[in-house]
Design a protein around this ligand. Structure first.
Ligand code: ARG
Length: 273
């Protein structure tokens, strides 16, 4: 009696385990790349997370427009996303050494970068740069940078923009390893001005209303740019992410994430063309 009761309990447990397992597999719809949730390939991603609203650390968590968009794209394309705040240089080095699959960091798609990396189709149009300065200096346009101490983030298009005015490696340029360190230098007065991507400059002013930071635009000198997701050269993932991006453009998910971080509707038509 005892034994058979035990046995039947065992049998019950075994069959419910089987049942659960069966339910489990049928619930785990296979994804676009043919894997189910348990065996999703996890892609390793680097970023430099002092670049709000694109990437930032909030209460110990990596977040921002880029971070949410990339996770949604991973979801759509059937990949797990493991994103780490590697810093800018290590992100690029990690792609070079093939330790990272993806760089997602407000990265401008540009010719010389295309020699080393593959890029997704553009996911964001940035309207160029702003020059930021404290209200104790006076700047009318980019020309004025020539006579001032200028801070930039090393290896970025903002650095190139500033150098296009004051000259490459000019003595009055200080290059910082992260966007955050550049902002600190401006706040502390180590530099008179900083040049950075317009949406990031605008966010900085919005978040720091008491910092006496002013901004000026120079549309003649500083042209719009497009951000893309960076992959290793010849990456097998680019195609899946491009497809996923088009899906999110069309199904409203991109717009939802965009509105959350920019408080306005995206111009999807101009992005697609
Ligand atoms: N868009 C600029 C570039 O590609 C700046 C990007 C900086 N990104 C960052 N997360 N700090 O050079």
């Amino acid at each position: 009696m005892k034994i058979s009761f035990k046995k039947s309990l065992f049998a019950l447990a075994a069959s419910s385990a089987l049942l659960l397992a069966a339910c489990g597999t049928s619930q785990n719809d296979s994804n676009k790349n043919g894997s189910n949730d348990n065996q999703k390939k996890v892609l390793h991603v680097g970023t430099e997370a002092t670049f709000p609203p694109f990437e930032l650390v909030d209460k110990g968590e990596l977040t921002g427009f880029d971070v949410e968009l990339l996770k949604a794209l991973g979801e759509e394309a059937g990949y797990g996303i493991d994103i780490k705040n590697t810093g800018w240089d290590s992100m690029l080095a990690g792609l070079d050494s093939k330790d990272l699959d993806i760089g997602m960091s407000g990265i401008t798609i540009k010719k010389d970068r295309l020699d080393s990396y593959d890029f997704s189709i553009p996911y964001y149009e940035s309207e160029g740069f702003l020059i930021l300065f404290k209200d104790n200096v006076d700047i009318k346009n980019a020309e004025d940078l020539k006579n001032l101490k200028v801070g930039v983030q090393n290896g970025t298009t903002g650095a190139e923009a500033a150098e296009s005015v004051v000259g490459k490696n000019a003595k009055n340029i200080s290059k910082y390893e992260s966007s955050g360190l550049m902002f600190q230098a401006l706040l502390s007065g180590s530099v008179d001005a900083a040049v950075t991507d317009k949406p990031v400059a605008e966010e900085y002013i919005k978040q720091n209303p008491d910092s006496n930071i002013q901004s000026v635009e120079d549309k003649e000198r500083f042209k719009p740019e497009y951000y893309g997701i960076a992959f290793q050269k010849g990456s097998p993932y680019k195609e899946d992410f491009d497809k996923a991006l088009i899906t999110l453009f069309d199904n409203g998910k991109y717009t939802e994430i965009y509105k959350k971080w920019f408080n306005e509707d995206p111009d999807l038509e101009s992005l697609k063309n």
